[in-house]
Design a protein around this ligand. Structure first.
Ligand SMILES: *Cc1c(COP(=O)(O)O)cnc(C)c1O
Length: 305
């Protein structure tokens, strides 16, 4: 039994009307641990446990850290999540709630990550939030479920942070004979590490993240994500923070599901009938989810954006 669940797939009338195309929603916001991340991280943790690893170490204070903690609890193994001082109390509480040990170390994620790496012993597995082929293989199950449901989208919309979801969805399309289906890869403007890399023709590193979509805040995408973007039909799109948060609020009203701005980024071009979707008749949106915001915070973001 995998650690993720098979999530609902539904045709959204409000989003279909907004986009002028049939819009399918894959509701990975309903995964245990609150995001798609458990697909890949659950698969990787199971595989590392099978190879004899006895403990998991992560440095993500976000959905990846929560997924590692959840996977460890389900597998009956300990997990340590090392986070920087900037991590919110809410994030630390959510990780601790899953039974993992939370250690606060350093002022930045780089420092926390350095500490995490220094703790990795021979029987430990370090779980990267996006750059591990095992993660991509696990994330690919999201496409297996679409195909098993008898659906064949003519475009897939997803959000990009470090590009783990992108690599996984591409692997899923490929292993189901759908490698030709274009992927609309959405980032917020202040976290556009993929879009800027594609534009520059090389894998750039952002000097800072300037977005409320913190789960998209990888300064640099993985080599694999960049290579895919240069060779497969991947179309980078950027949206404003305001558009991402507005989409979260509309989605909450329309479908009664609260998602992070990182996920709202994918919903924004659909709600806004963006030109990038012209010509498609069946658009699949990966509703990647995220537990990092409250409804109250969305209003605060909107007031500030
Ligand atoms: C991690 C995450 C992303 C980005 O995924 P990558 O694999 O880093 O590209 C998007 N949305 C949510 C909610 C996430 O947790």
């Amino acid at each position: 039994m995998p650690l993720h669940i098979q999530t609902p797939l539904l045709t959204s009338q409000p989003l279909s009307l907004a986009a002028g195309a049939s819009v399918l929603l894959k509701l990975d916001a309903l995964q245990p641990a609150g995001s798609f991340k458990i697909r890949g991280i659950g698969y990787a943790c199971e595989e590392y446990a099978r190879r004899g690893k006895r403990r998991f170490i992560s440095s993500s204070g976000g959905n990846a850290g929560i997924a590692v903690a959840y996977a460890a609890r389900r597998l009956g193994l300990p997990a340590i999540v090392i986070v920087p001082q900037t991590t919110t109390q809410r994030a630390k509480d959510l990780i601790a709630l899953e039974g993992a040990e939370v250690i606060v170390h350093g002022a930045t994620w780089q420092e926390a990550n350095g500490k995490a790496l220094s703790l990795v012993g021979e029987t430990d597995a370090f779980i990267h939030p996006f750059d591990d082929p095992l993660l991509w293989t696990g994330h690919a199950t999201v496409i297996d479920e679409i195909v098993a449901a008898g659906e064949e989208p003519d475009a897939v919309v997803l959000s990009v942070g470090g590009g783990g979801l992108l690599c996984g969805v591409h692997e899923g399309l490929r292993r189901n004979g759908l490698a030709h289906v274009p992927i609309i890869a959405v980032e917020t403007e202040g976290a556009a590490s993929l879009a800027q890399s594609v534009k520059a023709g090389r894998r750039i590193e952002l000097d800072a993240i300037r977005s409320v979509a913190t789960s998209l805040g990888a300064k640099q995408v993985s080599e694999q994500a960049f290579a895919l973007a240069m060779t497969a039909d991947i179309r980078p799109v950027t949206v404003t923070d305001h558009a991402a948060v507005t989409a979260c609020k509309r989605f909450l009203d329309d479908h009664r599901v609260l998602v992070e701005p990182a996920c709202g980024a994918s919903l924004a071009p659909v709600y806004d009938h963006a030109a990038v979707l012209n010509g498609f008749s069946k658009v699949l949106v990966i509703v990647c989810g995220g537990v990092g915001v409250t409804a109250f915070q969305l209003d605060q973001f909107l007031a500030a954006a």
